[in-house]
Design a protein around this ligand. Structure first.
Ligand code: GDP
Length: 431
Protein backbone atom coordinates (compact mmCIF):
# COMPACT_ATOMS: atom_id res chain seq x y z
CA UNK A 1 0.00 0.00 0.00
CA UNK A 2 1.18 3.54 -0.74
CA UNK A 3 3.05 5.53 1.89
CA UNK A 4 2.46 9.15 2.94
CA UNK A 5 5.21 10.73 5.03
CA UNK A 6 4.35 13.60 7.36
CA UNK A 7 7.23 16.02 7.88
CA UNK A 8 7.69 19.37 9.54
CA UNK A 9 9.37 21.26 12.35
CA UNK A 10 8.77 20.23 15.96
CA UNK A 11 5.56 21.59 17.46
CA UNK A 12 3.74 22.30 14.22
CA UNK A 13 1.31 19.52 15.09
CA UNK A 14 2.56 16.53 13.12
CA UNK A 15 1.48 13.91 15.61
CA UNK A 16 -1.93 15.51 16.05
CA UNK A 17 -2.32 15.53 12.29
CA UNK A 18 -1.21 11.90 12.00
CA UNK A 19 -3.79 10.94 14.58
CA UNK A 20 -6.38 12.95 12.70
CA UNK A 21 -5.54 11.15 9.45
CA UNK A 22 -5.61 7.69 10.96
CA UNK A 23 -8.78 8.57 12.85
CA UNK A 24 -7.47 7.90 16.31
CA UNK A 25 -6.82 9.94 19.39
CA UNK A 26 -4.35 7.66 21.06
CA UNK A 27 -0.61 7.97 21.06
CA UNK A 28 -0.26 11.68 20.65
CA UNK A 29 3.38 12.15 21.42
CA UNK A 30 4.63 15.66 21.88
CA UNK A 31 7.14 16.88 19.35
CA UNK A 32 10.00 16.88 21.77
CA UNK A 33 13.27 16.54 19.92
CA UNK A 34 15.06 13.36 20.87
CA UNK A 35 11.94 11.55 21.97
CA UNK A 36 11.95 8.28 20.11
CA UNK A 37 8.58 6.77 19.46
CA UNK A 38 8.02 3.11 19.45
CA UNK A 39 5.73 3.39 16.50
CA UNK A 40 6.17 5.50 13.41
CA UNK A 41 3.96 3.98 10.77
CA UNK A 42 0.20 3.58 10.88
CA UNK A 43 -2.59 2.25 8.70
CA UNK A 44 -5.09 4.75 7.40
CA UNK A 45 -8.32 4.18 5.56
CA UNK A 46 -10.23 6.90 3.72
CA UNK A 47 -12.99 6.41 1.15
CA UNK A 48 -12.19 2.74 0.96
CA UNK A 49 -8.52 3.26 0.17
CA UNK A 50 -5.76 2.08 2.43
CA UNK A 51 -2.45 3.78 2.86
CA UNK A 52 0.36 4.00 5.35
CA UNK A 53 1.05 7.18 7.27
CA UNK A 54 4.59 7.73 8.35
CA UNK A 55 5.20 9.98 11.33
CA UNK A 56 8.75 11.22 10.91
CA UNK A 57 8.74 13.14 14.19
CA UNK A 58 10.64 10.49 16.06
CA UNK A 59 13.39 9.97 13.54
CA UNK A 60 16.81 10.85 14.73
CA UNK A 61 18.90 11.98 11.85
CA UNK A 62 22.62 12.42 12.19
CA UNK A 63 23.31 15.99 11.28
CA UNK A 64 24.28 19.12 13.06
CA UNK A 65 22.08 22.15 13.34
CA UNK A 66 18.35 21.93 13.61
CA UNK A 67 17.51 23.23 10.13
CA UNK A 68 19.92 20.74 8.58
CA UNK A 69 18.47 17.99 10.72
CA UNK A 70 14.92 18.68 9.71
CA UNK A 71 15.92 18.99 6.07
CA UNK A 72 17.71 15.65 6.25
CA UNK A 73 14.62 14.13 7.78
CA UNK A 74 12.52 15.44 4.93
CA UNK A 75 14.99 13.99 2.48
CA UNK A 76 14.67 10.52 3.97
CA UNK A 77 10.92 10.89 3.97
CA UNK A 78 10.85 11.94 0.34
CA UNK A 79 13.00 9.00 -0.63
CA UNK A 80 11.01 6.40 1.21
CA UNK A 81 7.45 7.58 0.76
CA UNK A 82 5.20 7.91 -2.29
CA UNK A 83 4.03 11.37 -1.26
CA UNK A 84 4.89 13.88 1.46
CA UNK A 85 2.74 16.12 3.64
CA UNK A 86 4.65 19.15 4.85
CA UNK A 87 3.08 20.54 7.99
CA UNK A 88 3.58 24.23 8.70
CA UNK A 89 2.26 26.30 11.60
CA UNK A 90 0.12 28.87 9.80
CA UNK A 91 0.09 31.16 12.81
CA UNK A 92 3.88 31.35 12.80
CA UNK A 93 4.24 31.43 9.02
CA UNK A 94 7.06 29.94 6.96
CA UNK A 95 10.33 29.89 8.89
CA UNK A 96 13.86 29.45 7.58
CA UNK A 97 13.58 25.78 8.49
CA UNK A 98 10.30 25.39 6.64
CA UNK A 99 11.86 26.94 3.56
CA UNK A 100 14.84 24.58 3.76
CA UNK A 101 12.52 21.61 3.91
CA UNK A 102 10.39 22.94 1.06
CA UNK A 103 13.48 23.21 -1.11
CA UNK A 104 14.46 19.62 -0.38
CA UNK A 105 10.99 18.41 -1.21
CA UNK A 106 10.84 20.43 -4.40
CA UNK A 107 14.06 18.84 -5.59
CA UNK A 108 12.82 15.35 -4.73
CA UNK A 109 10.12 15.49 -7.39
CA UNK A 110 7.70 13.64 -5.09
CA UNK A 111 4.14 14.94 -4.82
CA UNK A 112 3.89 17.26 -1.83
CA UNK A 113 0.96 18.74 0.07
CA UNK A 114 1.55 21.87 2.12
CA UNK A 115 -0.59 21.70 5.23
CA UNK A 116 -1.25 24.97 6.97
CA UNK A 117 -2.02 23.78 10.47
CA UNK A 118 -3.58 25.51 13.44
CA UNK A 119 -6.12 27.31 11.28
CA UNK A 120 -8.75 26.93 13.97
CA UNK A 121 -11.20 29.38 12.40
CA UNK A 122 -11.60 31.25 9.17
CA UNK A 123 -10.11 34.46 10.50
CA UNK A 124 -6.66 32.84 10.31
CA UNK A 125 -7.18 31.47 6.83
CA UNK A 126 -5.40 34.43 5.30
CA UNK A 127 -2.26 33.33 7.17
CA UNK A 128 -2.49 29.99 5.42
CA UNK A 129 -2.45 31.61 1.98
CA UNK A 130 0.87 33.22 2.80
CA UNK A 131 2.34 29.69 2.52
CA UNK A 132 1.96 29.77 -1.26
CA UNK A 133 5.39 31.37 -1.00
CA UNK A 134 6.93 27.98 -0.20
CA UNK A 135 6.60 27.21 -3.90
CA UNK A 136 4.80 23.90 -3.40
CA UNK A 137 1.38 24.90 -4.58
CA UNK A 138 -1.87 25.48 -2.78
CA UNK A 139 -1.70 25.23 1.02
CA UNK A 140 -4.45 23.26 2.76
CA UNK A 141 -5.71 25.11 5.81
CA UNK A 142 -6.62 22.67 8.59
CA UNK A 143 -6.97 22.43 12.30
CA UNK A 144 -5.51 19.06 13.19
CA UNK A 145 -6.69 19.54 16.73
CA UNK A 146 -10.33 20.31 15.95
CA UNK A 147 -10.61 18.48 12.63
CA UNK A 148 -11.38 21.57 10.61
CA UNK A 149 -10.60 21.01 6.92
CA UNK A 150 -9.46 17.43 7.44
CA UNK A 151 -11.98 15.93 5.00
CA UNK A 152 -10.70 18.08 2.15
CA UNK A 153 -7.17 17.30 3.20
CA UNK A 154 -7.73 13.55 3.07
CA UNK A 155 -9.30 13.86 -0.37
CA UNK A 156 -6.20 15.74 -1.48
CA UNK A 157 -3.97 13.07 0.04
CA UNK A 158 -5.75 10.34 -1.89
CA UNK A 159 -5.46 12.37 -5.07
CA UNK A 160 -1.68 12.48 -4.89
CA UNK A 161 -1.07 8.93 -3.66
CA UNK A 162 -0.63 6.24 -6.30
CA UNK A 163 -3.32 3.57 -6.44
CA UNK A 164 -2.35 0.35 -4.73
CA UNK A 165 -1.72 -2.23 -7.44
CA UNK A 166 -4.91 -4.16 -8.09
CA UNK A 167 -4.97 -7.70 -6.84
CA UNK A 168 -4.18 -9.84 -9.83
CA UNK A 169 -6.26 -12.71 -8.53
CA UNK A 170 -10.01 -12.75 -8.44
CA UNK A 171 -11.30 -13.30 -4.90
CA UNK A 172 -14.31 -15.40 -4.11
CA UNK A 173 -15.86 -18.59 -5.41
CA UNK A 174 -14.48 -22.00 -4.57
CA UNK A 175 -10.81 -22.03 -3.62
CA UNK A 176 -8.59 -22.76 -6.59
CA UNK A 177 -6.05 -25.56 -6.25
CA UNK A 178 -3.25 -26.58 -8.61
CA UNK A 179 -2.31 -30.23 -8.31
CA UNK A 180 1.27 -30.37 -9.49
CA UNK A 181 4.20 -32.76 -9.48
CA UNK A 182 6.50 -34.58 -11.82
CA UNK A 183 5.13 -37.45 -13.94
CA UNK A 184 4.17 -40.67 -12.17
CA UNK A 185 3.96 -39.32 -8.63
CA UNK A 186 0.25 -40.16 -8.67
CA UNK A 187 -1.52 -36.96 -9.63
CA UNK A 188 -4.24 -38.65 -11.68
CA UNK A 189 -4.65 -41.34 -9.07
CA UNK A 190 -5.07 -38.78 -6.31
CA UNK A 191 -7.48 -36.68 -8.33
CA UNK A 192 -9.57 -39.73 -9.13
CA UNK A 193 -9.55 -40.69 -5.48
CA UNK A 194 -10.69 -37.19 -4.52
CA UNK A 195 -13.42 -36.86 -7.11
CA UNK A 196 -14.52 -40.47 -7.02
CA UNK A 197 -14.16 -42.33 -10.28
CA UNK A 198 -17.52 -41.33 -11.64
CA UNK A 199 -18.70 -38.16 -9.99
CA UNK A 200 -17.29 -34.90 -11.13
CA UNK A 201 -19.31 -31.76 -11.55
CA UNK A 202 -17.34 -30.04 -14.26
CA UNK A 203 -15.88 -33.01 -16.03
CA UNK A 204 -17.36 -34.78 -19.07
CA UNK A 205 -20.17 -32.51 -20.06
CA UNK A 206 -22.33 -34.54 -22.40
CA UNK A 207 -22.40 -33.47 -26.00
CA UNK A 208 -19.31 -31.33 -25.95
CA UNK A 209 -16.09 -32.19 -27.61
CA UNK A 210 -14.12 -29.66 -25.67
CA UNK A 211 -12.74 -30.89 -22.39
CA UNK A 212 -13.65 -28.82 -19.40
CA UNK A 213 -10.41 -27.83 -17.79
CA UNK A 214 -11.19 -27.78 -14.08
CA UNK A 215 -12.63 -30.33 -11.69
CA UNK A 216 -14.81 -29.56 -8.72
CA UNK A 217 -13.84 -31.59 -5.69
CA UNK A 218 -15.67 -31.90 -2.38
CA UNK A 219 -13.19 -31.96 0.48
CA UNK A 220 -13.87 -31.50 4.16
CA UNK A 221 -17.36 -30.18 3.54
CA UNK A 222 -16.25 -27.57 1.03
CA UNK A 223 -15.99 -27.32 -2.75
CA UNK A 224 -12.57 -26.80 -4.27
CA UNK A 225 -11.79 -26.06 -7.88
CA UNK A 226 -8.84 -28.12 -9.10
CA UNK A 227 -7.33 -26.20 -11.99
CA UNK A 228 -6.50 -27.66 -15.40
CA UNK A 229 -7.08 -31.29 -14.60
CA UNK A 230 -8.48 -32.43 -17.94
CA UNK A 231 -5.29 -34.21 -18.88
CA UNK A 232 -4.99 -35.76 -15.46
CA UNK A 233 -8.44 -37.23 -15.42
CA UNK A 234 -8.02 -38.76 -18.83
CA UNK A 235 -4.70 -40.30 -17.79
CA UNK A 236 -2.89 -39.02 -20.84
CA UNK A 237 0.07 -41.15 -21.62
CA UNK A 238 3.14 -39.42 -20.28
CA UNK A 239 5.09 -40.09 -23.42
CA UNK A 240 2.83 -37.83 -25.43
CA UNK A 241 3.79 -34.64 -23.65
CA UNK A 242 7.25 -33.25 -23.53
CA UNK A 243 8.61 -32.03 -20.24
CA UNK A 244 8.53 -28.53 -21.62
CA UNK A 245 4.84 -28.80 -22.35
CA UNK A 246 4.19 -30.25 -18.90
CA UNK A 247 5.97 -27.36 -17.24
CA UNK A 248 3.95 -24.85 -19.27
CA UNK A 249 0.79 -26.50 -18.01
CA UNK A 250 2.07 -26.43 -14.46
CA UNK A 251 2.90 -22.74 -14.78
CA UNK A 252 -0.52 -21.84 -16.12
CA UNK A 253 -2.28 -23.92 -13.47
CA UNK A 254 -0.23 -22.20 -10.76
CA UNK A 255 -1.04 -18.86 -12.26
CA UNK A 256 -4.75 -19.51 -11.94
CA UNK A 257 -4.55 -21.16 -8.52
CA UNK A 258 -4.41 -19.83 -4.99
CA UNK A 259 -2.86 -22.87 -3.40
CA UNK A 260 -0.68 -25.64 -4.80
CA UNK A 261 -0.66 -29.28 -3.84
CA UNK A 262 2.85 -30.45 -4.66
CA UNK A 263 2.70 -34.19 -4.98
CA UNK A 264 5.90 -36.13 -4.30
CA UNK A 265 6.50 -39.86 -4.65
CA UNK A 266 7.57 -40.97 -1.18
CA UNK A 267 9.09 -44.17 -2.51
CA UNK A 268 11.65 -42.36 -4.62
CA UNK A 269 14.41 -39.91 -3.85
CA UNK A 270 13.46 -36.28 -4.08
CA UNK A 271 14.55 -35.42 -7.60
CA UNK A 272 15.64 -32.43 -9.59
CA UNK A 273 12.22 -32.41 -11.22
CA UNK A 274 10.48 -32.18 -7.83
CA UNK A 275 12.69 -29.23 -6.98
CA UNK A 276 11.77 -27.50 -10.22
CA UNK A 277 8.09 -27.81 -9.44
CA UNK A 278 8.66 -26.39 -5.93
CA UNK A 279 10.61 -23.49 -7.37
CA UNK A 280 7.72 -22.75 -9.71
CA UNK A 281 5.29 -22.71 -6.79
CA UNK A 282 7.46 -20.33 -4.77
CA UNK A 283 8.05 -18.08 -7.75
CA UNK A 284 4.35 -17.99 -8.50
CA UNK A 285 3.83 -16.89 -4.90
CA UNK A 286 1.29 -19.58 -4.14
CA UNK A 287 0.35 -21.14 -0.83
CA UNK A 288 1.62 -24.68 -0.76
CA UNK A 289 0.98 -28.09 0.78
CA UNK A 290 3.51 -30.86 0.25
CA UNK A 291 1.80 -34.20 -0.21
CA UNK A 292 3.83 -37.40 -0.08
CA UNK A 293 2.10 -40.17 -1.98
CA UNK A 294 2.36 -43.96 -2.16
CA UNK A 295 2.73 -44.15 1.61
CA UNK A 296 1.30 -47.69 1.44
CA UNK A 297 4.57 -48.84 -0.11
CA UNK A 298 6.87 -47.43 2.55
CA UNK A 299 8.90 -49.62 4.83
CA UNK A 300 10.69 -48.40 7.93
CA UNK A 301 14.00 -48.07 6.13
CA UNK A 302 12.70 -45.87 3.36
CA UNK A 303 10.68 -43.81 5.83
CA UNK A 304 13.80 -42.91 7.82
CA UNK A 305 15.73 -42.13 4.69
CA UNK A 306 12.90 -39.95 3.42
CA UNK A 307 12.82 -37.90 6.64
CA UNK A 308 16.51 -37.14 6.20
CA UNK A 309 16.02 -36.25 2.56
CA UNK A 310 13.19 -33.92 3.42
CA UNK A 311 15.24 -32.18 6.12
CA UNK A 312 17.98 -31.44 3.66
CA UNK A 313 16.42 -31.26 0.21
CA UNK A 314 13.31 -29.37 1.24
CA UNK A 315 14.80 -27.05 3.85
CA UNK A 316 13.95 -23.99 1.75
CA UNK A 317 10.28 -24.82 2.04
CA UNK A 318 10.24 -25.83 5.71
CA UNK A 319 7.23 -23.58 6.15
CA UNK A 320 4.98 -25.83 4.06
CA UNK A 321 2.64 -28.28 5.73
CA UNK A 322 3.16 -31.96 4.95
CA UNK A 323 0.57 -34.63 4.45
CA UNK A 324 1.41 -38.30 3.84
CA UNK A 325 -1.20 -40.10 1.79
CA UNK A 326 -1.91 -43.08 -0.35
CA UNK A 327 -4.00 -42.36 -3.40
CA UNK A 328 -4.36 -46.12 -3.75
CA UNK A 329 -5.84 -46.89 -0.33
CA UNK A 330 -7.20 -43.46 0.49
CA UNK A 331 -5.02 -43.18 3.58
CA UNK A 332 -5.05 -39.69 5.14
CA UNK A 333 -6.58 -37.95 2.15
CA UNK A 334 -8.99 -36.39 4.65
CA UNK A 335 -6.04 -34.43 6.05
CA UNK A 336 -5.73 -32.51 2.81
CA UNK A 337 -8.57 -30.03 3.33
CA UNK A 338 -7.43 -28.76 6.77
CA UNK A 339 -3.88 -28.37 5.43
CA UNK A 340 -5.14 -26.40 2.42
CA UNK A 341 -7.17 -24.13 4.70
CA UNK A 342 -4.22 -23.43 6.99
CA UNK A 343 -1.99 -22.65 4.02
CA UNK A 344 -4.55 -20.22 2.58
CA UNK A 345 -4.90 -18.53 5.96
CA UNK A 346 -1.17 -17.91 6.11
CA UNK A 347 -1.24 -16.71 2.53
CA UNK A 348 -3.87 -14.09 3.30
CA UNK A 349 -2.65 -12.99 6.69
CA UNK A 350 -2.10 -9.28 7.31
CA UNK A 351 -0.15 -7.78 10.18
CA UNK A 352 -1.41 -4.31 11.15
CA UNK A 353 1.27 -1.70 10.50
CA UNK A 354 1.34 -0.45 14.07
CA UNK A 355 1.83 -3.90 15.47
CA UNK A 356 4.42 -4.73 12.83
CA UNK A 357 6.52 -1.70 13.69
CA UNK A 358 6.30 -2.25 17.40
CA UNK A 359 7.52 -5.77 16.77
CA UNK A 360 10.24 -4.59 14.41
CA UNK A 361 11.45 -1.98 16.90
CA UNK A 362 11.93 -4.65 19.53
CA UNK A 363 13.57 -7.02 17.08
CA UNK A 364 16.06 -4.44 15.84
CA UNK A 365 16.82 -3.20 19.34
CA UNK A 366 17.68 -6.74 20.42
CA UNK A 367 19.52 -7.66 17.22
CA UNK A 368 20.65 -4.63 15.23
CA UNK A 369 21.66 -5.14 11.61
CA UNK A 370 25.37 -5.80 11.12
CA UNK A 371 27.66 -2.79 10.64
CA UNK A 372 28.74 -2.32 7.06
CA UNK A 373 31.59 -0.14 5.92
CA UNK A 374 31.90 1.26 9.42
CA UNK A 375 28.28 2.37 9.47
CA UNK A 376 25.33 1.00 11.33
CA UNK A 377 22.32 0.92 9.02
CA UNK A 378 19.26 2.22 10.82
CA UNK A 379 15.95 0.54 10.20
CA UNK A 380 13.24 3.15 9.93
CA UNK A 381 10.00 1.24 9.58
CA UNK A 382 8.25 -1.54 7.71
CA UNK A 383 4.94 -2.05 6.01
CA UNK A 384 3.18 -5.09 4.71
CA UNK A 385 2.98 -4.24 1.05
CA UNK A 386 0.46 -6.95 0.30
CA UNK A 387 -1.02 -10.35 0.96
CA UNK A 388 -1.58 -13.45 -1.19
CA UNK A 389 1.31 -13.98 -0.42
CA UNK A 390 2.41 -11.69 2.44
CA UNK A 391 5.06 -9.22 1.30
CA UNK A 392 6.93 -6.83 3.53
CA UNK A 393 9.02 -3.80 2.74
CA UNK A 394 11.61 -2.67 5.27
CA UNK A 395 12.89 0.89 4.97
CA UNK A 396 16.44 1.40 6.09
CA UNK A 397 19.20 4.02 5.98
CA UNK A 398 21.67 1.47 4.70
CA UNK A 399 22.04 -1.77 2.83
CA UNK A 400 20.87 -4.83 4.75
CA UNK A 401 22.64 -8.08 4.05
CA UNK A 402 20.68 -11.03 2.74
CA UNK A 403 21.41 -12.83 6.00
CA UNK A 404 19.69 -10.10 7.98
CA UNK A 405 16.72 -10.09 5.60
CA UNK A 406 16.36 -13.81 6.12
CA UNK A 407 16.61 -13.24 9.85
CA UNK A 408 13.71 -10.82 9.66
CA UNK A 409 11.71 -13.29 7.58
CA UNK A 410 12.45 -16.12 10.01
CA UNK A 411 11.37 -14.05 12.99
CA UNK A 412 8.25 -12.88 11.17
CA UNK A 413 7.32 -16.51 10.69
CA UNK A 414 8.12 -17.41 14.29
CA UNK A 415 6.06 -14.58 15.71
CA UNK A 416 3.19 -14.26 13.23
CA UNK A 417 2.87 -17.67 11.56
CA UNK A 418 2.35 -17.57 7.78
CA UNK A 419 2.30 -21.37 7.77
CA UNK A 420 2.10 -22.73 4.26
CA UNK A 421 2.86 -19.50 2.45
CA UNK A 422 5.91 -17.91 0.93
CA UNK A 423 6.78 -14.60 2.61
CA UNK A 424 8.62 -11.80 0.82
CA UNK A 425 10.89 -9.38 2.62
CA UNK A 426 12.46 -6.62 0.57
CA UNK A 427 14.47 -3.61 1.64
CA UNK A 428 14.27 -0.04 0.41
CA UNK A 429 17.36 1.99 1.12
CA UNK A 430 17.75 5.73 1.03
CA UNK A 431 21.01 6.73 -0.58
P1 GDP B 1 0.73 -38.89 -12.51
O1 GDP B 1 1.65 -38.98 -13.66
O2 GDP B 1 1.31 -38.03 -11.45
O3 GDP B 1 -0.65 -38.54 -12.83
O4 GDP B 1 0.73 -40.37 -11.85
P2 GDP B 1 -0.39 -41.52 -11.94
O5 GDP B 1 -1.56 -41.15 -11.12
O6 GDP B 1 -0.59 -41.89 -13.35
O7 GDP B 1 0.34 -42.66 -11.13
C1 GDP B 1 1.58 -43.24 -11.54
C2 GDP B 1 1.64 -44.66 -11.04
O8 GDP B 1 1.69 -44.71 -9.62
C3 GDP B 1 0.42 -45.51 -11.43
O9 GDP B 1 0.87 -46.80 -11.78
C4 GDP B 1 -0.41 -45.53 -10.14
O10 GDP B 1 -1.20 -46.70 -10.07
C5 GDP B 1 0.66 -45.53 -9.08
N1 GDP B 1 0.18 -44.94 -7.83
C6 GDP B 1 -0.37 -43.70 -7.69
N2 GDP B 1 -0.65 -43.46 -6.37
C7 GDP B 1 -0.28 -44.56 -5.69
C8 GDP B 1 -0.31 -44.91 -4.29
O11 GDP B 1 -0.73 -44.20 -3.40
N3 GDP B 1 0.19 -46.13 -3.95
C9 GDP B 1 0.67 -46.97 -4.87
N4 GDP B 1 1.13 -48.15 -4.44
N5 GDP B 1 0.72 -46.67 -6.19
C10 GDP B 1 0.26 -45.49 -6.61
Amino acid sequence: QPVLAVVGRPNVGKSTLVNRIIGRREAVVEDVPGVTRDRVAYDALWNGRRFTVLDTGGWEVDATGRAAQIAAQAEVAAQTADAVALVVDARVGATVEDRAVAKVLQRSGKPVLVIANKVDDERVEADAMELWSLGLGQPYPVSALHGRGSGDLLDAVLAILPEAPADRDPIGGPRRVALVGRPNVGKSSLLNRLTGETRSVVDSVAGTTVDPVDSMVELGGESWRFIDTAGLRRRVSHASGTEYYASLRTASALDAAEVAVVLIDATESIAEQDQRVITMVIEAGRACVLVFNKWDLLDEDRRLKLEKEIDWELRRIKWALRVNVSALTGRSVDKLAPALRTALEGWEQRVPTGRLNQWLGELVAATPPPVRGGRQPKILFATQAGTRPPRFVVFSTGFLEAGYRRFIERRLREDFGFTGSPVGVSVRVRE
